[in-house]
Design a protein around this ligand. Sequence first.
Ligand code: NAD
Length: 323
Amino acid sequence: MTTTRILVTGGAGFIGSHYVRTLLGPAGPGDIEITVLDKLTYAGNPANLDPVRSHPAFRFVHGDICDTRLVAGLVAGHEQIVHFAAESHVDRSILGAAEFITTNVLGTQTLLDAALRFLHVSTDEVYGSLAEGSWPESDPLRPNSPYAASKASSDLVALSYHRTHGLDVRVTRCSNNYGHHHFPEKVIPLFVTNLLDGHRVPLYGEGLNVRDWLHIDDHVQGLELVRTGGRPGEVYNIGGGTELSNKELTTLLLDLAGAGWDSVEHVPDRLGHDLRYSVDCTKISRELGYRPRKDFTQGLAETFAWYRDHRAWWEPLKHKAAL
Ligand code: NAD
């Protein structure tokens, strides 16, 4: 069996750490070695990798994807890069975009310069906002937030390396992920942990913004299908098949917490808040057999229970980030 050495960037974050834990877990492919490269920003948490820390096929490198020398040296020992590292929170990009451009655009380009094979993890936010229907991968990119614009830029740079240099680049655009180990600034973990503490939850505007929710297990399933069977130079949407307005999501979370609408505080809407995202997943379903498996109601209940049972994980993060 030939071993594939994969450099996973951002592997101490929410999705990257789940990807690493899954691939090195009992259901993983078994023929891989993983090096995580992570800067450990406020969103990177070494504890997320504790379950695999002593795995013989795991290595952790603390560093920045913008560090050309570090990246060149590391990539030389790996066949593939799976690229999660990013500044990922839209609200932070509205307060200041510089880090988003540096890490998401320049960092991606630094990796591409060194890479042999590159799986670029992007987002449905690059398409903009749409009132009805769903985006196929061929739709134009109309990003609205600085975060989405930085991801759209990195998608285009990545695809340009395929067209110009023949690099094996595959791009995935997923919808909103949910699950355990999610930093408590994002809507689901923020609302769950506020409710667990008996605090109110801040709902933007009227709560009419619609998102498609994708469980991290299904995202990892989609990523592995694209890494192992996708076509170079192609983009694949990955969705969860559960569209909900923030108001509907809030209702479900209040029910799980046994709380009422008096626990909701309506706050001014996010600047430039996209109304609705919806990805068309026909391509990854037809070509690679992708199907989201996690029932949303069950996945949300499990996520709620995980936060209830893992205060020691999220309390210090919330305290440090003053959330
Ligand atoms: P996250 O914020 O939880 O984790 C990001 C990780 O990247 C952290 O561990 C951080 O320390 C690391 N990092 C940041 N800057 C770095 C740098 N310069 N060098 C090295 N490491 C650095 O993010 P996430 O939610 O796990 O998202 C992972 C990827 O998936 C991102 O590219 C994001 O754009 C994309 N995505 C996320 C979602 C979602 O719902 N969370 C949806 C669509 C796409």
